[in-house]
Design a protein around this ligand. Structure first.
Ligand code: PDD
Length: 281
C-alpha cells in the first residue's frame, strides 16, 4: 500500500498528505467525536451492517445526527478498499469546526467525516499467544460509546507495553471489563465466558461473531461477570478485536495461563473464525 493513500474527508477523496482540518475542529480541541474500525477481507467489508449499527448508536449517545444514511456509508467507504486485500477502514466523525472554543455544543455546524484504509497486519506471535497484565480500569463511565477520547486507554496500553505485554486487561471493582482496545473471553470450568454488554464495555463486533459461532457449533458459553480471582484460574484467556481477531493470552501478570500455550477451545474458535471470514468474503 502506498505511503500516501487516498483518504476520504468531508465528501472528497484525496491523497493523505492533502487531507487537512481546522485546528478549531472539536475532535482536535475536545476529543468530541466517535469512530469505527471496520475490517475488510479479500476486499469486502466484514459485518458492515453491525458496524453501522454501532456507529449510529455512538452518534446518538453523543447527540450528533448521522451525516449520512446507512446506504450512503457503504458507498463512501468501498472506494477506499483495494480489491482482494485484507484491510481495515478507520472512520471518524467529529462534531465539526466551531467558531470558538466552548464546551457546549455550537449551533449550525457540519460534522467532520474522515475515513482511511490500512492493511491488516497479523499480530506477530499471535498463534503462540501473548502476555497481558491486569490494571485498574481508569476509564470513564460510558465505555459503550466508541469515543475518540482515548487517553485512558492509551495510558493503560502503554503501561502494558512498558512491561513487555501486548495488552492491559482492565479490572473494575474486582471484576474484569475488557482489554484497553479489545474484549475479553475466558474458559472457566469448560465454559466460554465473556462479560455482558453494558456501559462498562464496548459492544465488540468480533465478540458477537464469536458468541454466534459458539452457539452454532455447540460450544458451551455464557455472558457473565468474571472476577479477577476467576480470571487467575482460567483455563484459557482470549482478547478479541476487529484488527487482531482472537488472541490467546498465555501469561497473565507473569504467571502462565494453564500450561502457557494456546488452549484447545481457542484452536477450535480460531479455525471457525477463519472459515467464517472466508465464507463471508
Ligand atoms: N478497538 N473494546 C475496546 C475498548 C476496543 O477499543 C475495541 C476495538 C474492542 C473490540 O471491538 P471490535 O471487535 O468491534 O473491534 C473492544 C479498535 C480495533 C481500535 O480502537 O482500534
Amino acid at each position: 500500500m502506498s505511503d500516501n493513500p487516498t483518504v476520504y474527508l468531508n465528501g472528497q477523496y484525496l491523497p493523505l498528505d492533502q487531507a487537512k482540518i481546522s485546528v478549531l475542529d472539536r475532535g482536535f480541541l475536545f476529543g468530541d467525536g466517535i469512530y469505527e474500525v471496520i475490517p475488510a477481507y479479500a476486499g469486502r467489508l466484514f459485518r458492515l451492517p453491525e458496524h453501522i449499527d454501532r456507529l449510529e448508536a455512538s452518534l446518538k449517545s453523543i447527540r450528533l445526527n448521522s451525516p449520512h444514511s446507512r446506504e450512503q456509508w457503504a458507498g463512501i467507504l468501498e472506494p477506499l478498499l483495494e480489491p482482494g486485500q485484507d484491510q481495515y477502514i478507520y472512520l471518524q466523525i467529529t462534531r465539526g469546526v466551531a467558531p470558538k472554543r466552548d464546551h457546549a455544543f455550537p449551533e449550525h455546524i457540519e460534522p467532520t467525516v474522515f475515513a482511511m484504509c490500512s492493511p491488516i497486519v497479523p499480530l506477530s506471535g499471535r498463534d503462540s499467544g501473548v502476555k497481558a497484565i491486569t490494571l485498574d480500569d481508569t476509564r470513564w463511565a460510558l465505555c459503550h460509546i466508541k469515543a475518540i477520547t482515548l487517553l485512558a486507554n492509551i495510558l493503560l496500553r502503554q503501561n502494558a507495553v512498558d512491561q513487555g505485554c501486548t495488552e492491559a486487561i482492565l479490572v473494575k471493582d474486582g471484576y474484569v471489563t475488557e482489554g484497553a482496545a479489545s474484549n475479553i473471553f475466558a474458559v472457566l470450568d469448560g465454559i466460554l465466558v465473556t462479560p455482558p454488554k453494558g456501559e462498562e464495555i464496548l459492544p465488540g463486533i468480533t465478540r458477537d461473531v464469536i458468541l454466534e459461532l459458539a452457539r452454532t457449533n455447540d460450544i458451551p458459553y455464557s455472558e457473565d461477570i468474571i472476577s479477577l480471582e476467576a480470571l487467575k484460574t482460567a483455563d484459557e484467556i482470549w482478547l478479541t478485536s476487529s484488527t487482531r481477531e482472537i488472541i490467546p493470552v498465555v501469561e497473565l501478570d507473569s504467571e502462565p495461563v494453564s500450561d502457557g500455550k494456546p488452549g484447545p477451545v481457542w484452536q477450535k474458535m480460531h479455525q471457525l473464525y477463519q472459515e467464517f471470514k472466508k465464507a463471508q468474503s
